[in-house]
Design a protein around this ligand. Structure first.
Ligand SMILES: Nc1ncnc2c1ncn2[C@@H]1O[C@H](COP(=O)(O)OP(=O)(O)OP(=O)(O)O)[C@@H](O)[C@H]1O
Ligand SMILES: [Mg+2]
Length: 483
């Protein structure tokens, strides 16, 4: 029994029982395996466990849409919401590498191609357990927030202002952008620093447990309540209570939370006597909470109470040179943790690094640095090796490419060069020109004058370019030689 408890817990989610059974068999010696066949099963499994396993192996194609990656993507988001430090490795099918890369952008630490050698998988999992991502470092800068960009400067300024106040703060920002770090800073940089800090992740706990956890309960309040117990509001005393993923709070508890925020009053479950809390509430969400109020899933009055002070944590793509600062910081930190020399990026790789939009924000950046440290310790990493770790394909498909051809063209060019490694620029430019000419002619039903105007050139110029492309069709009117 003792040995069982020592093994790291591993959640395996795959809809193929042959795979879960096999993996359970081969990995069971080193890990305590929990298996689920769908996202729904994984959720209910986690709700039954006391805590979310620290490791997960996740297949992307899961029922009810086993041929698409959507369920796997959603599961990654849900697992991270419930356990931000969980290390997720994606099992990728043969034609699935692009999706597996995208899964890393969503927060997975890595992917492994199916069918996989059990030994390779075991090594990958063991390596993942070695990196400690819970405590990123002894605070390297004030409040542990790294960055010298304007946006981070503003964030620090806001934290300084709000840390001293007793009013609630709502922290909004994309997944992986650093909301939890901000919550800690709001506590640690203010007069409550020496008081307790309690955090409840509303996504990690089954809805029925939220109320007793927050407010405490009387002896006999429900089955299993063998003794009275204080809740987080009481334990936090005059400190801070951080409610993470507040958007997940069930509606009836939203009413109770509103009451505490209004006059400090609450009751333990099973008691009628009111108690008073003096804890400061900080909440965070990566949902559009205002949108949630419109959809009826979040109380408007609670939203207004919580959002007296709001902090918008900026996405990493807006932080410019901070991308390099974070690279240096995490690079040194994880190299030190692994006892190896840090890797560096050559000039081309740095350009690529700066151009990459990091859809998964700092969490994605950190995971990339961990992979680079594992694979290229002490080396100078070039553009190609770096491109292996990025999610450029998904970006080309979903990014701003279609919206504004010209704004996005550098990113697109980077994406093309990163994946194809070389292009013949002249041929590509000519192909591009030809498609614009074809498109203009189609849109104008072959009207040369209109097409030329669309393309900002003279009719005769257009005609000669059409000739050079061999697209002149004699049924089309030749341009008149005059006006
Ligand atoms: N500016 C920063 N400086 C240093 N570390 C950062 C910074 N921003 C984020 N991090 C680190 O990135 C990781 C992800 O941040 P965090 O968990 O706070 O994100 P989050 O916004 O709470 O994400 P989610 O919405 O998924 O819960 C953490 O390890 C955090 O310490
Ligand atoms: Mg978080």
């Amino acid at each position: 029994m003792e040995a069982t408890r020592q093994k790291p817990e591993l959640l395996i989610v795959d809809d193929d029982p042959l795979i879960t059974d096999t993996l359970d068999f081969v990995l069971g010696r080193d890990f305590q395996v929990f298996a689920a066949g769908s996202r729904a099963q994984a959720r209910s499994l986690i709700a039954q466990l006391e805590h979310v396993p620290r490791l997960a192996l996740v297949d992307l194609g899961l029922p009810p849409v086993p041929h698409r990656p959507d369920e796997g993507f959603r599961l990654i988001g849900e697992l991270l919401a419930a356990a931000p430090d969980i290390k997720i490795i994606v099992l990728s099918g043969q034609n699935d590498e692009a999706n597996a890369r995208h899964a890393r952008a969503l927060g997975a630490v890595d992917f492994v191609a199916k069918p996989c050698e059990p030994d390779v998988l075991r090594q990958l999992l063991q390596r993942a357990t070695r990196f400690d991502i819970t405590e990123t470092a002894a605070p390297p800068a004030e409040s542990g927030i790294i960055g010298g960009s304007f946006a981070i400067g503003r964030l620090r300024e806001q934290i300084r202002q709000y840390a001293a106040s007793p009013f609630p703060v709502l922290i909004e920002g994309e997944s992986g952008s650093g909301k939890e770090l901000v919550a800690r800073a709001l506590h640690g940089d203010g007069p409550r620093a020496a008081r307790p800090y309690y955090a409840l992740n509303c996504a990690a706990i089954s809805p029925t447990l939220v109320e007793p956890t927050l407010f405490g309960y009387a002896k006999g309040a429900f089955t299993g309540a063998t003794a009275a117990r204080a809740g987080y509001f009481e334990d936090a005393a005059e400190g801070t209570l951080f409610l993470d993923e507040i958007g997940e709070l069930p509606l009836e508890l939203q009413a109770k939370l509103l009451r505490v925020l209004e006059n400090g009053e609450y009751q333990r479950v099973g008691e009628t006597q009111s108690r008073v809390s003096r804890a400061r509430v900080v909440a965070a969400t990566n949902r559009d909470l205002r949108g949630e109020t419109k959809a009826g899933r979040f109380r408007v009055d609670l939203y207004h109470r919580l959002s007296v002070f709001t902090v918008q944590v900026p996405p990493l793509r807006d932080l410019g040179e901070d991308k390099l600062g974070l690279l240096a910081h995490f690079g040194a930190f994880y190299a030190n943790q692994a006892g190896v020399a840090p890797c560096t990026l050559d000039d081309d790789a740095r350009t690529l690094w700066m151009a990459y939009p990091f859809p998964g924000n700092v969490r994605e950046l950190r995971n990339i640095v961990i992979r680079l440290t594992t694979k290229h310790a002490g080396e100078c990493v070039g553009r190609e090796a770096l491109a292996e770790e990025l999610d450029f394909q998904a970006q080309a498909a979903t990014g701003p490419g279609g919206a504004d051809l010209f704004d996005a063209s550098v990113d697109r060019a980077l994406a093309v060069l990163a994946t194809r490694r070389s292009v013949d620029l002249d041929t590509s430019l000519r192909a591009w020109e030809r498609s614009f000419i074809e498109a203009a002619l189609r849109l104008t039903q072959g009207n040369l004058a209109q097409a030329a105007r669309m393309l900002g050139m003279h009719r005769t110029t257009l005609y000669s370019r059409m000739q050079s492309h061999g697209t002149v069709d004699d049924t089309r009117a030749r341009p008149a030689t005059t006006g």
